[in-house]
Write a protein that binds this ligand. Structure first.
Ligand code: GDP
Length: 369
């Protein structure tokens, strides 16, 4: 027979459960600050984290930049304003070329060489097709296998939402964040499709075009405009049997470049051969980039270009914001479709219609004030 458990003998009973002891913190406070929900991290914490080279916080700041949420954008702008004095101290290199030319393989090898020299390398991308394909370049980090596990490298795929203009704006801001975080070489990769090259060119110091040696049609694969922007052309896959063809192509490109107008930088574009595969000629690419930086810093072009790029951002921002304000105006929203109809049915010319719309838009704005 068991004793019946009563209040009186309960204290000694095996059925009694002690109250839980509070579990001590397993992590230190610093860790907690870092891993608090994104929203909880203050601008100050973001800025400190970025300046301390904290990759998690850098990634989070980039996510804010990429977000289309208004409050995220606002926070991102505040962070950028704060880190701005610490940005700008890098060499910004744009790399382009058609898919398959070897961009990611080359960036992998070049990036590793640079980190072994003590550099910190950030690899970003502009890919206008990424809206459709969810990141066709840099989507897969394994494309840069060696670099993606290098603690002195940071690889970030292309922002995938928005227009090319929007993606370019975000990439520019990401460059600043990476620079403030201590990355001193920024590589921006893009595919050779035209518009995105112009966007990348507008944000880098040095523009490298990767090509292949296809005897006979060297100059056809890529638009002339892109060749004109290149500070260097590297003919990749120049190993083994391909080497001879590459050297031949090198000569042809050199001749072709002679026909182009002299660049404002005073720099004569270089034509190189390389193999990302056998790693030949990759160090030469870096040497040429350095020569370019030295030459253009000493003639002032380096700074002039950066200043121009900055002022272009002002121009573009004004244009974007005015357009947004115009098309979001309730009066314009009401009349725009009818105006378009009128133009198509020849009731009014597009010029006169634009003038009228703008005039009425400004009247509306005044009234709101
Ligand atoms: P991307 O599309 O321009 O980024 O090109 P990838 O770097 O993905 O390379 C496309 C293909 O070319 C891959 O199969 C690479 O292994 C190969 N490849 C890249 N560089 C070289 C090279 O220097 N020589 C040879 N033979 N193949 C290469």
């Amino acid at each position: 027979m068991y004793d019946k458990i009563t209040d009186a003998n309960f204290e000694n009973s095996a059925l009694k459960v002690n109250p839980p002891i509070e579990k001590p913190n397993q992590v230190n406070d610093e860790f907690l600050i870092k891993y608090k929900k994104k929203e909880d991290l203050s601008v100050e914490n973001f800025v400190l984290g970025i300046l301390n080279g904290d990759r998690t916080i850098l990634s989070r700041a980039i996510t804010l930049v990429e977000s289309s949420r208004w409050d995220h954008q606002k926070k991102a702008q505040e962070i950028i304003e704060n880190i701005l004095p610490h940005a700008g101290k890098s060499i910004r290199v744009g790399i382009t070329g058609v898919p398959g030319v070897g961009k990611s393989t080359l960036i992998d090898v070049l990036g590793k060489q640079l980190t072994s020299l003590g550099h910190k390398v950030a690899v970003l991308a502009i890919d206008p097709s990424s809206q459709r394909s969810h990141g066709s370049i840099l989507g897969d980090k394994t494309r840069m296998e060696a670099l993606s596990t290098d603690e002195n490298a940071f690889i970030r795929p292309s922002p995938s939402a928005g227009s090319l203009g929007g993606v370019a704006k975000k990439t520019r801001e990401i460059i600043l964040l990476c620079e403030a975080s201590g990355f001193d070489v920024i590589i921006v990769e893009t595919v050779g499709v035209g518009q995105s090259e112009i966007a990348v060119h507008s944000m880098v110091d040095f523009f490298l075009l990767l090509q292949l040696a296809n005897a006979g049609d060297e100059l056809q694969g890529i638009k002339r405009g892109i060749m004109e922007m290149a500070d260097a052309i590297a003919i990749n896959k120049a190993e083994g049997e391909n080497k001879e063809k590459a050297i031949l192509a090198q000569g042809q490109y050199k001749n072709a470049l002679h026909l182009f107008p002299i660049m404002e930088s005073g720099w004569i574009p270089q034509v190189l051969t390389c193999s990302a595969y056998s790693k030949e000629g990759i160090d030469k690419i870096w040497e040429v980039i350095n020569q370019y930086v030295i030459a253009t810093k000493s003639n002032g072009y380096f700074y002039k270009k950066r200043n121009e790029q900055n002022l272009n951002i002002l121009d573009q921002s004004i244009e974007t914001q005015l357009k947004e304000s115009f098309y979001n105006n309730s009066y314009i929203k009401d009349v725009i479709e009818q105006t378009k109809k009128d133009i198509l049915e020849n009731r009014i010319s597009a010029y006169v219609a634009a003038e009228k719309l703008i005039e009425n838009y400004f009247k509306e704005i005044k009234q709101i004030k």
